[in-house]
Each structure stands twice: as structure tokens, then as C-alpha cells.
Design a protein around this ligand. Sequence first.
Ligand code: XMP
Length: 499
Amino acid sequence: MKKILFSFLFSFLSIYSNVDFPVIVERALSYDDVLLIPQRSDIVSRKNVSTKTKLTKNITLNIPIVSANMDTVTEAEMAITMAQLGGIGIIHRFNSIEDQVREVLRVKRYRNAIIENPVTVNQDATLEQAKEIMNENDITGLLVVDNNKKLTGILTSRDVHLSTLNTDNVKDLMTPKTRLIIGRPDIDIKEAQEILFKNRIEKLPLVDLDWNIAGLITRKDLLQKRQFPFSTIDDKDRLMVGAAIGVNEDALDRAEALINVGVDILVIDIAHGHSLLAIEVLKKIKNSFPNIDIIAGNVATAHGVHDLIQAGADAIKVGVGPGSICTTRITTGCGYPQLSAIIHCYQEARKNNVPIIADGGIKVSGDITKAIAAGASTVMLGNLLAGTDESPGNTIIKNGKKYKIIRGMASFGAHLGRTARTSKNSKDDKDDYVPEGVEALTPYKGSVNEIVSQLLGGFRSGMSYCGTPSLDELCGKGQFIQITSAGMRESRPHDIETI
Ligand code: XMP
């Protein structure tokens, strides 16, 4: 029955998208308009539910949370933490290609089973030059090589800080190869672990019999594995990361540069994803780089999902105007309440097993349960993760309270930043620009770890109320009821003085 109703609605929406008379298609709803009906549950503890899910056709996450590609939400620090926790971060595109590539590299280099191409410094370099290389690469030690690129020593921050020698030469400060503990290229990780822990060293260079460097194993990487067992990792044990590209002239160059440094997913980031521009770019990128998964969006209708899947999308981002900083619906009069949008989009996406990402408008953990129950496989969060230690930007104090800035990527402030960067800052640009987002203060929230843990706790309890031990069993199977404003009032704390 449900199937018939939805296929009717889909054909209705398709037919009526081109009619020449006005029509009100349906009464569309958002998260606050509904509740999920509690179901019989055999789940004893919320710890026993599985939150494993699909981000794209080919990429699995252990938690259904993605950090938004916004310049006040996701750069390397956020992406590293999100991947450690089992979700993923999407690095924003409001920077130069080089800057975005650097952020992706910071994530990809953060954790490795074996670092295949460790950063090196020549033995004739000065300490100043070595420090510069360390800073650039965000690392605390360098392998030292001779002119034939053979290992001659290692320079760590310990060598630099604890040295009593009055010298500026790497050669004099490094621990020379005669005192180095090394491993052979075919060493197994367990053996490497024993050597690192037994000798209380941080880094184990791997070299062949001629001292050619074959890799580097670090204690930090091994600890990461133990500390974050549910991390989102690639086949080389590196954290996974996504990056956004636009639909402008630089889209293909950006995509290529990001793929060359190992980005795991590309997100085609355009507010109106059901457009010729988005479809053309998606097809071009799929043709040029068939092995990378692409998330396309944003859309809010089954028709939009259909067209993006036909063009090759591996996941669809749903949401036109629900975001905390969005003014699209006000400025343009267009959009779709998010819960109904997800339900319609899911009906189309499921036919091709393409996952949906519910993007924007998640205010509380209960909204995550509702989004998944409506058919999303993951949720993308902006505001809930902005204002954390891991989000870009400094904290601000106003009236004794701490805040950070969040801004819509179509806000006037973001536009000014962009035009300043590309030096197209003409008066016309400023006068013509019509913002579809705002810039605002969001309360400082501490560490992402705690925020995600609270959100997941609530979501896991939600799964328990729905009687679904795995996310797959909840996805697209929500039994919703529409509530009234009285129901909403009853849902919130009421008739008390909150402290
Ligand atoms: P939340 O509610 O999690 O939403 O903060 C984040 C999402 O909002 C979208 N976004 C925008 N939408 N104008 C818009 O209409 C904007 O300026 C804007 N900036 C971000 C985006 O989809 C993000 O993931």
C-alpha cells in the first residue's frame, strides 16, 4: 500500500513539476512535526545496538555522522576526530586547491600502519630548515638522508630540545645510524610493536641492506589503533576523509589534485544539486575518475535523486534549506521540509541501493533517529559540531559566555572571504551578491568527542525504543505520527523553572 502511495506521489511530482497551473502537492513535514511510535524492543542495553551504516555505495562507517563541508566546521582537525570516532569529515572547498590538498594530507598522514614515504631531511641541512619541514608536514621527527637518499640518522624533537651541543647542523644533532634501531621492510606489525615498546622508542625506520628507506612505523600509529578501534580507515590503515568540490571551472583540477593525495570521497557541493551544472560536473568527474566515490546533492525530491543516480552518484545529499544558518527558503521561496524530503528521496534511492545523507536541520539526537527512520543512512552536521575545539576559528567571549563563529557558505561574509581570496573583489560583486545564509555565534561546546558521544547515546536509545538492534533495520522503516503544537509543547520540559 505504502509502495503504491509513494509511486503515485513520485509520478504526481514528476508530472506536476511542469504544469502551468498552481498546485499544492502535499503537506510536508519536518523533524519537529513528528514522533516515532515506540515499538516492542528485545534490546537489553543500548550498548548492544549496531550503528554501522553505508556512507556511499562502497564506503561503510561505524557511526552515521558526517561533519559538514563548511569553513567553520571541517578542516583537518575535525576530520581526524570524526574518522577516529567512526564517522567522517568532509573538508570544505572555500580555500585554494593547495590549501585543501594540505588539509586532506594532514588527515591521510595522521595514522598509518606503515608510513610508505616518510618525510626526510638532508644531513647537510640546518636545524632551521629541518624545523620548517616538520612544521609544514605537522610532524615531530624526520629521517635524515645523505645525497643518495640513504638513511644516515633520525632527528626527533628530543634530539633538538635535549641537545647540549652548540650547533645548528642536522648532522651533528641527529641520532646517527650506528645508534639506530631499525627494522627490515618485510617486518610484521606485531614484531615492530614489540621492538618499539621494548626499546622505548617512538619511531622504527624500515631499511633494506643498503640503507634505502622502505618505510617508517611509529608508536603513535600503533597506539591510535588501540585507542580508536572503530575508526574509519582505508586499506592502508589511514583515516578516511572526504573533500568538497564545486561546479566552477576549477572543479576537475581540484578533484584531480585531491585524488592524487588520496582523498577517499568527493562531494559535489552545490545548493541546487538538481541542476544541469551539477549533473554535467558529476558525469565529467565520474568519466575521468571512475574509481572515486562521489556524493552529489543537494536535492529534496525523488526526481532529483533519480537524475543524480543516472549521472553516476554513489550517495545523495538531501536538504534544501533546513540548515541552522540557511536562508534559502526565505530568500528564494523554495525548499522542502526535511523529513518529507528524506522520505521521498529514500523511496527513489533504495531502488538502486544508493545511500542518503540527511544534510542540515539536525538540532538534537532525536532528530538523528527520525532522519534514519525516514530513510537516511547518515546525517551531516553543521551547527552541532561548530563551536567545538576541533572546528576552525577562535573562541570569542560575549557577556561572559564563550562562542565560536558559524557561517553559512552562501552568507555575505563567506562570499567576501571568497572574493578576497580570488581577488575578484569588485564593487559590483558586493552589490549583486544575494546571500542565502547568515553568519552567527554558536555556543562553545568543548570537544567533539563529548558531543558525538551524547548524540550517539541518544540515537542508540532511539533505536532501542524503535526495537531495531541495527541501523539497517531502522533505516526507512519509521512508524511516524504527526503531532500538534500541544504535542510538541508536551515533548519539551514544561511547567517548571529550568536550572
Ligand atoms: P546545520 O543545521 O547542521 O546545517 O547547521 C548544515 C548544512 O547547512 C547547509 N548550508 C547552507 N544552506 N545557505 C544554505 O541555504 C548557506 O549559506 C549554507 N551553508 C551551509 C549545508 O548543507 C550544511 O551541511
